[in-house]
Design a binder for this molecule. Sequence first.
Ligand SMILES: Cc1cn([C@H]2C[C@H](O)[C@@H](COP(=O)(O)OP(=O)(O)O[C@H]3O[C@@H](C)C(=O)[C@@H](O)[C@H]3O)O2)c(=O)[nH]c1=O
Length: 178
Amino acid sequence: MTLIDEPLPGVKILRPFVFEDARGNFVKPFHEDQLAAHGISMIVREEFFSTSAKDVLRGMHFQIPPHDHQKLIYCLSGRVLDVLLDLRKESPTYGKAASFELSAANHHVVHVPRGFAHGFLSLEDGSCMVYKTDAVHAADADKGLLWNSFGFEWPITDAIISGRDLAHPEFGSYASPF
Ligand SMILES: Cc1cn([C@H]2C[C@H](O)[C@@H](COP(=O)(O)OP(=O)(O)O[C@H]3O[C@@H](C)C(=O)[C@@H](O)[C@H]3O)O2)c(=O)[nH]c1=O
C-alpha cells in the first residue's frame, strides 16, 4: 500500500495493491502488515456497505465514546465526494473539513481515525461504499452533524438526504466528546 495523501492530520488515503490484466482486476484493500507499515492497527469488528443513487448525501456520522471507532472506507463501484470533519478538540485542525474523491476507478482506501465525522456525496448512480470498523454498531452512540453546518462548500444544494440526517444538530452548537 502506498500513501497518496494525508488531507488532515492522521487521516490516510492509501492506494492498495492493484493487479490488472485482460480478465479485469485484483485489489487488496485490507492487509494487516501493510496497514501497520503506515501506523494503522485495527481489529475489524464489523463490515457493511451502502449503495447510493447519484446526488445522495449521507452524513456527517460518527460513534461517540466509549463506542467510537476507526473506519477503513473505500468505494467499490461508482464515485463519491468523500468528506471528513475533524472533531478532535485538541487538534490544530479542529472544525476543519477535507474532501477527496473515492471511486471504483482510483481504488483509494481511506483510514479515518477516532474523532472525525464522515459523510459523502454520491456522484454517480450505484455508488457502493464499503466500511470496516473496529467497534460494532451501537445505536445510542451513532450520532451525526448537519451536512451544511460546518462551512464546507458542497457542490450541490438539493441533495437526497434522509430525514435522520436532516435532523442532526449543527456543528456550531455541538460539544464534541473527542
Ligand atoms: C451505520 C449503521 C446503521 N445501521 C442501521 C441503522 C438504520 O436503520 C439503517 C441505515 O442507517 P443509516 O441511514 O445511518 O446508514 P448510512 O447513512 O449509510 O450510515 C453510514 O453513513 C456513512 C456516512 C458513514 O460514515 C457510516 O459509518 C455510516 O454511519 O441501518 C446498522 O444496523 N448498523 C450500522 O453500523
